[in-house]
Design a protein around this ligand. Structure first.
Ligand code: CUA
Length: 368
């Protein structure tokens, strides 16, 4: 009797939770309303089956409870019942599968006029590349990826010269235009997911995967990594800003093209120690978590860091200078700045390399 009551209570509580809980889909901001419909159909069918089975169990537990003198009848086969169950299960599965096949057929059929955007994942940040004026993304090769060439572009490829590179910061997209996202990963499997757009796809090292959508609302939406990719997985976030065509073009024009980035690299002069530090920061992956332009990351930005007074996790304060920076690189867990997770692994660098990195952070703070 008690078991039957518990089963009924579980059913009632589950149904109430479904209708009363505050966690539901984020507002839709793309053309993929059909994804929601598909999920809701699946939810209704599995919900109805769950309620029916649990209530039947409660009924059977109550109806056939132990009674003196009553014996169970042995009935190993019941052809008629089996056919009914096979038939009903098949109908349920077909109703759940068919909408998914319809949506998938559309999902793999990318509109011809779609704007291509490349999204590259790495531990733990996203970077973006637009094809530029010619509309064609330049060729890449994973073997060419380096500190100076984070996208691994064939720098001599004519289609690549006008490619627009967005190494950190937000991804801007125009409203109402189909967007074809091409995904690459530099290290492990990541997953590009914008909950408001309803589409997600793994970024797998060694291959180019993709998805498409049409943004239908202006606004700023979260890009989340939806595949566990190491200790910094939860910090692998970015933002997509959907705006009117004009505002989007204005933003795009401000981003550096490959040709401009190459010129800048060639024109690089100044203190060799600072240059060594900059290269080291890229090679060691520091910049995945520490920005150099003041934008937020998994760790404090390096812009303006040197000489700043930081509050540590234990509430004490420290002036950021050489000794503190050196300790933070060699033994990062010792004094974590308040508001940040203790994610950073210890780095083994020579004292010359430490000096170079510190010279670089110093330079970033002097630029103003
Ligand atoms: Cu990238 Cu999780």
């Amino acid at each position: 009797m008690a078991v039957a009551i518990v089963l009924v209570l579980i059913v009632v509580a589950s149904v109430l939770f479904n209708f009363l809980n505050p966690w539901w889909f984020t507002p839709l901001a793309s053309n993929w309303g059909q994804m929601d419909l598909t999920l809701i159909i699946t939810l209704w069918i599995s919900g109805i089956v769950f309620v029916a089975i649990a209530l039947f169990m409660a009924y059977a537990v109550f109806r056939y409870r132990h009674q003196k003198g009553r014996r169970a009848a042995y009935e190993p086969e019941n052809r008629k019942l089996e056919w009914w169950l096979i038939g009903l299960t098949s109908v349920g599965i077909v109703i759940m599968l068919i909408p998914g096949l319809y949506v998938w057929a559309e999902f793999v059929n990318v509109p011809k006029d779609a704007l291509s955007v490349e999204v590259v994942g790495q531990q733990w940040q996203w970077s973006f590349r637009f094809p530029g004026k010619d509309g064609v993304l330049g060729r890449t090769d994973a073997r060419l990826i380096s500190a100076e060439n984070p996208f691994g572009l064939h720098t001599g490829n004519p289609f690549g010269q006008d490619d627009v590179l967005v190494k950190s910061g937000d991804l801007h997209l125009p409203l109402g235009k189909p967007i074809k996202v091409l995904l690459r990963s530099k290290d492990v499997v990541h997953d590009f997911y914008v909950p408001h757009f309803r589409v997600k796809m793994d970024a797998v090292p060694g291959l180019v995967s993709g998805l498409w959508f049409t943004p239908t609302k202006t606004g700023t939406f979260e890009i989340a990594c939806a595949e566990y990719c190491g200790v910094g997985h939860h910090t692998m976030r970015s933002r997509v800003v959907v705006e009117e065509e004009g505002a989007f073009q204005a933003w795009l024009n401000e981003q550096p093209t490959l040709a401009q980035a190459l010129n800048e690299g060639a024109a690089e002069t100044g203190d060799p120690l600072v240059n060594q530090g900059r290269k080291l920061a890229q090679d060691q992956g520091c910049l995945a978590c520490h920005s150099v332009d003041g934008s937020p990351g998994a760790g404090p930005t390096w812009k303006g860091l040197y000489g700043k007074t930081e509050t540590l996790a234990d509430g004490s304060t420290v002036v950021v200078e050489e000794e503190y920076l050196k300790e933070s690189i060699v033994n990062p867990g010792a004094a974590v700045v308040k508001g940040y997770d203790p994610l950073m692994p210890p780095y083994r660098l020579s004292s010359e390399e430490l000096d170079a990195l510190i010279a670089y952070t110093k330079a970033l703070s002097e630029e103003g």
